[in-house]
Write a protein that binds this ligand. Structure first.
Ligand code: NAP
Length: 225
């Protein structure tokens, strides 16, 4: 539980929405503890109506009012966002960035101050609460901060701790991994259609096979090879 801490989300796209869903579904916080911002008013409206969370078009408001701030904008927007919010950031706030390929050092040097930062690489499967996220702490994070981040990302799947220098490897493996698996499922389904099965049936057969195979490995602990 995040007790009475306020959670801020900058960016309510695919990942932002998945995290809101996970936080609420896992009863980690109440809707009124979440404040999110986005440049798209229609997106913000939809998220507010669907989840009952608070929304603002000002990223700075999110930062001012939150104890934990999750930066969920595209990597190329990060500098612009950090420039905008830097004035309101300090070591009392925990900042979690999920932007692929953006080192914690780059965020700190952009903000021109020391910050309590955590970098996380989740994957798109967080949208069905079966994601996997690798969490790396920055130089000012304490064990309590890391555990807080783990609680958040465990609400949308599983998570583990790693050193920050390994996060790009994680991006290539599990961060982008769902795309490889979709290709495999698509190929299996195409092959099924070629030998006479219907497209609908092949997609069920291929998807459930991948799900079952993964579950077997997780539950038995056996090596896939
Ligand atoms: N999707 C994945 O599989 C995945 C996996 C791991 C990590 N990540 C990371 O997660 C982050 C978010 O990815 P996503 O897929 O959720 O992206 P997304 O769907 O594009 O969501 C980002 C949202 O932020 C909005 N935005 C743009 N500029 C903004 C600003 N200045 N202030 C506030 N909001 C702004 C975007 O609006 P516009 O659309 O108008 O720009 C969009 O609604 C990225 O950094 C990505 O590297 C994604």
């Amino acid at each position: 539980m995040l007790k009475n801490r306020q959670v801020g989300l900058v960016g309510t796209g695919n990942m932002g929405e998945a995290l809101i869903h996970g936080l609420l579904h896992g009863h980690l916080c109440r809707p009124d503890q979440i404040l999110c911002s986005d440049v798209r008013p229609e997106r913000l409206k939809a998220i507010r109506e669907k989840y009952g969370v608070k929304g603002t078009s000002h990223n700075t408001e999110v930062v001012k009012q939150s104890d934990i701030i999750i930066l969920a904008v595209k990597p190329q927007i990060m500098k612009q966002v950090v420039d905008e919010i830097a004035k309101y950031l300090d070591l009392s706030k925990l900042i979690i960035s999920i932007a692929a390929g953006v080192p914690l050092e780059a965020i700190e040097s952009c903000a021109k101050k020391e910050l309590k930062l955590i970098r996380v690489m989740p994957n798109i499967c967080v949208s069905v609460r079966e994601g996997v996220s690798a969490i790396a702490g920055g130089k000012h994070t304490q064990r309590e901060d890391l555990m807080l981040a783990k609680t958040i990302f465990d609400s949308v799947g599983k998570s583990l701790f790693i050193e920050e220098y390994l996060l790009d490897a994680v991006t290539g493996l599990s961060g982008s991994g769902p795309a490889y698996i979709f290709l495999i499922i698509d190929a299996l389904a195409d092959a099924g259609v070629k030998v006479g099965l219907s497209r609908d049936d092949t997609l069920i057969l291929a998807s459930q096979t991948v799900l079952g195979a993964a579950k077997m490995l997780i539950e038995t602990g056996e090596h896939p090879g």
